[in-house]
Design a protein around this ligand. Structure first.
Ligand code: GLN
Length: 240
C-alpha cells in the first residue's frame, strides 16, 4: 500500500516549519512498512488532481500570504469540498484552518474562505501567542503545541479538536481548540504538531489507511517512548 500525501502551497504556507509534519507522517507510515508518496503543489502549479490523494496538508501563514493563497485555493473550492465530503483526510494548520471557513475578517478587508467548515474568523486586538495543552476525546494522550494567531475562530456547532487545559484556543473564550469534521483535523497548533503528538498523527494516518482498505482497523503500535516522554514533559510543565 502507498499512502499519497499532498502538501498544498508550502511555498507560502509553511510558518514555523509546518512542513515537518509531512516528514512525521511519512516516517510513521514507513516504520510500519507502508510506503508514502509526497506530492507538492506550489503557487506556480496549475494542475490539481485529488483523485488518488489520501492526505491533504495545508500549513499556516501570515495574513499577507493567506491573501495570496486564498485565490489559488478558491479556484479549487469544489474539488476540495467534494474531497472532504467523500471522507478525504485533510489536515489544516492555523492560516490553513482559517481558510477552510467562510471568511477571515481583517481590520480593512475580508479574506474569503473555502466554506468547507461552517466557521468564521475575525481579527482580534492582541495576538494569542504561547504554549497550549488540550485534551481530546479520541486519545488519552494530551495534545501539546504552540499557537500564534491574531484571528479568533468561531466554530458554531462543529466539534472541536479538543478542550483547552492551558492556552487560548479558537477564540480565547470558548475553551476549545480546532475542529474535527469527518476526516478533517483543523487546528491553530503550529510547527511540530505531529512529532509532539504521536496519537494525533496516528489518528490521522489510521483514517487515511482505512480509507484505502476498510479491513484495516488499526495501525501496528510503534515504540513511542521518546515522543511520549517529550509530550508528558510539556503537559507537566503547564499543568495547573
Ligand atoms: N494570519 C493568521 C492570524 O494571525 C494566521 C497566522 C498563522 O498561520 N500563524 O490569525
Amino acid at each position: 500500500m502507498t499512502v499519497k500525501i499532498l502538501h498544498l502551497y508550502p511555498d507560502l504556507l509553511n510558518l514555523y516549519g509546518d512542513k515537518g509534519n509531512i516528514e512525521c507522517m511519512r516516517r510513521r507510515l514507513e516504520w510500519r512498512g507502508i510506503d508514502a508518496e509526497v506530492v507538492t503543489y506550489t503557487c506556480d502549479d496549475s494542475g490539481f488532481d485529488l483523485s488518488d490523494v489520501d492526505i491533504v496538508f495545508i500549513g499556516g501563514g501570515s495574513d499577507r500570504e493567506q491573501k495570496i493563497v486564498c485565490h489559488r485555493l478558491l479556484e479549487h473550492k469544489n474539488e476540495l469540498k467534494d474531497y472532504v465530503e467523500n471522507n478525504g483526510v485533510l489536515v489544516a494548520v492555523c492560516g490553513g484552518y482559517q481558510l477552510l471557513g467562510k471568511y477571515y475578517k481583517l481590520e480593512e478587508e475580508t479574506i474569503e474562505g473555502l466554506d468547507i467548515l461552517d466557521i468564521y474568523t475575525e481579527q482580534g486586538k492582541k495576538r494569542l501567542i504561547g504554549n497550549i495543552v488540550l485534551e481530546a476525546d479520541f486519545t488519552d494522550e494530551k495534545i501539546v503545541g504552540f499557537e500564534n494567531h491574531g484571528g479568533r475562530t468561531y466554530i458554531g456547532n462543529h466539534t472541536p479538536l479538543g478542550r483547552v487545559l492551558y492556552g487560548f484556543g479558537n477564540d480565547e473564550k470558548a475553551g476549545v481548540e480546532g475542529v474535527i469534521y469527518k476526516n478533517v483535523v483543523a487546528t491553530y497548533l503550529h510547527g511540530p504538531l505531529l512529532p509532539k503528538n504521536p496519537a494525533l498523527c496516528d489518528y490521522i494516518l489510521t483514517n487515511a489507511v482505512r480509507g484505502k482498505n476498510p479491513e484495516i482497523k488499526e495501525l501496528s503500535p510503534l515504540n513511542d517512548t521518546l515522543e511520549k516522554t517529550a509530550n508528558e514533559y510539556i503537559v507537566n510543565r503547564f499543568k495547573k
